[in-house]
Design a protein around this ligand. Structure first.
Ligand SMILES: [Zn+2]
Length: 370
């Protein structure tokens, strides 16, 4: 599909005037190594680096290189050396200027930063460093993530402490990295307790679903969306299945086994949602077709991928589906994340074109033909 990236991101920027736009899935530090040994740049206090290579900000013309083909290979690269190298390149720089430049390029206002706990890691030192890097920049919000040594009966107090110390607004669970086997009975119990504790403390949950390749052990792990069908999820907390269960799966697997199970899980648990982070067009088009607009939330998986790239892939998939582009973007980028994660009301915005008379609304035409 040929779409003009600049034209479509202009559409998002037009929409941004009336609706705050969100990315709920950005990792402030690289999640497999969890390296946070960043040094603050001497000439720009909002940029932090691992080594002395210069920072290059993302540019408009890079948008034309984004692969919007449906033929793209979506299987996971399983060469640990190459993965480590790519991850290191993506994360040589971090900080509010680095992430802010990506948000600006895409037309996004606010972002949720997701640290990920390794199996036995005390994450608090890293949480402190991340909070210090992004301190005072109101575009960025933090989630927490709980390592396995925290016992089930300690979860509520652990989450309360993270709320108090770091103002976290969500809990990230990454079973593949934290090594929780959601297919096992003990794994299911752990996930239930993590979600239950989050519900008690009032923190929505974002949970990785799908495959991951873990470079340190040279193995794939899977958190299958089907595992959540019989997991007890309290109604009082929003649970977002990151990647809609599709991460690392082929288009054929998504079609034949993931989507039917995802639909069952979403139907059974009415307070669950998906994010579209890190997905390529073959997966995205199927998700956009299959899942109710009110259950989809925008996340990118930056900095592994540029938020603008995922946004353009989302736009391409909506256009392929034939759904109303403007309505889809308003829900996926703004209303759904505002309601379920950021707890901000956007539906009664007096600047909302839907809430104004026709003559006024016609002055701002959000639709772009093409
Ligand atoms: Zn992620």
């Amino acid at each position: 599909m040929s779409i003009d990236p600049i034209k479509y991101l202009d559409l998002v920027k037009e929409l941004q005037k009336f609706y705050p736009t969100y990315d709920i899935h950005l990792h402030p530090i690289e999640i497999f190594s969890n390296s946070d040994s960043y040094v603050q740049n001497k000439s720009n206090s909002g940029i932090f680096h691992l080594d002395s290579r210069p920072y290059i900000s993302p540019r408009n013309d890079s948008l034309y290189k984004i692969d919007l083909s449906t033929e793209v290979d979506i299987s996971l690269n399983t060469n640990p050396r190459i993965i480590k190298l790519l991850n290191r390149m993506a994360y040589n720089h971090s900080g509010p200027v680095v992430f802010g430049n990506h948000l600006q390029l895409a037309g996004l206002d606010k972002a949720l930063l997701l640290p990920v706990a390794q199996e036995h890691e005390d994450l608090r030192g890293k949480m402190k460093n991340i909070a210090a890097m992004f301190k005072g920049d109101r575009r960025f919000f933090m989630a927490t993530s709980v390592p396995n040594p925290v016992r089930n009966d300690e979860l509520v107090s652990y989450l309360i402490e993270d709320k108090n110390r770091f103002d976290v607004i969500a809990q990230k669970i990454h079973p593949n990295i934290t090594n929780i086997d959601t297919a096992s009975r003990n794994g299911k119990i752990r996930i239930e307790r993590l979600i239950q504790a989050s519900a008690e403390v009032g923190l929505p949950v974002i949970i990785h679903t799908g495959l991951s390749f873990i470079p340190s052990i040279g193995q794939k792990r899977n958190t299958a969306i089907a595992d959540f069908f019989d997991i007890n999820i309290p109604k009082s907390v929003a649970v977002i299945f990151a990647h809609g269960g599709c991460f690392g799966h082929s288009a054929a697997e998504i079609e034949s086994s993931i989507l039917p199970k995802l639909k069952l899980v979403l139907k059974k648990h009415s307070n669950t949602y998906i994010d579209i982070s890190g997905l390529e067009l073959p997966a995205l088009t199927k998700l956009i077709d299959a899942v109710d607009l009110r259950r989809i939330i925008f996340g990118s998986d930056g900095l592994y991928v540029a938020p603008a790239a995922i946004l353009l892939k989302l736009i391409a998939s909506i256009k392929t589906s034939g759904k109303d582009l403007e309505q889809c973007l308003i829900h996926i980028l703004s209303k759904n994340p505002a309601r379920h994660l950021f707890r901000e009301a956007v539906s009664n915005n007096i600047n909302d074109p839907q809430n104004r008379s026709n003559s006024e609304a016609s002055e701002v035409d959000l639709k772009i033909e093409g």
